[in-house]
Design a protein. Structure first.
Length: 219
């Protein structure tokens, strides 16, 4: 009986040690379940992943004020120029810098206003008037607006989208032909789209369409 009890205790201890060992493997992260793969999975690279990583060619930008061409006068938010070239030097979002002279108070202050509309070489609008209208022709300086990176990315993305659509449209030709079962007074037409061979020009596509006498759009 004693031997029997010892054998049971040893069997129980053996089972416990096995479970403890398994539990230790789980804690140490060494337990490998069926179907697990220790190798890291490779991320599938989508066709346009490279576009997201594309470096945008940023235009040259400087926050230093530049001297403007000619002189200007103002009336409210309207700016008139003399010998100026606003269309070449300025655009919406740029900042005008002028020295405003108040002859009644005998003071001079440096002020800045943002351009919100360029109408021509000698005319533009600003967001709000200066503290005093510039009645005498006044020299000015300007600071260019900082480029909008997100807007540049969106414009580049839209350009690529249109380019891909153009490339896809050049790979196929669509025309309408009369259906074979179209009899009687009312004719039945069906639209056919065919893939074009490499190097096929738009002229070749038109010739191909014209070869179908029933193609009413090729006439």
């Amino acid at each position: 009986c004693v031997h029997s009890g010892c054998e049971k205790w040893m069997a129980s201890s053996s089972g416990t040690s096995k479970h403890s060992a398994s539990f230790g493997l789980v804690l140490s992260g060494k337990l490998k379940l069926k179907g697990d793969d220790s190798k890291p999975k490779k991320r599938k690279k989508h066709k346009h992943d490279d576009e997201e990583d594309e470096v945008i060619d940023m235009p040259e930008y400087s926050s230093d004020p530049q001297v403007g061409t000619g002189k200007l006068t103002t009336s409210g938010v309207v700016v008139m120029g003399a010998d100026t070239d606003f269309t070449k030097e300025l655009e919406v979002g740029d900042t005008l810098l002028v020295t405003v002279a108040d002859r009644f108070r005998n003071t001079q202050t440096d002020e800045s206003r943002v351009v919100n509309m360029v109408l021509g070489k000698g005319s533009l609008n600003i967001e709000e008037p200066f503290t005093c209208d510039l009645t005498a022709p006044t020299t000015f300086m300007f600071v260019k607006r900082k480029p909008d990176i997100e807007a540049l990315k969106a414009a580049r993305k839209e350009q690529r989208k249109k380019q891909r659509a153009l490339e896809e449209s050049s790979k196929s030709v669509t025309y309408k032909v009369m259906a074979q079962d179209g009899g009687g007074v009312w004719k039945k037409w069906k639209t056919v789209t065919e893939r074009c061979d490499e190097g096929m020009t738009r002229e070749d596509m038109l010739i191909k369409r014209a070869s179908f006498k029933a193609d009413r759009h090729a006439k």
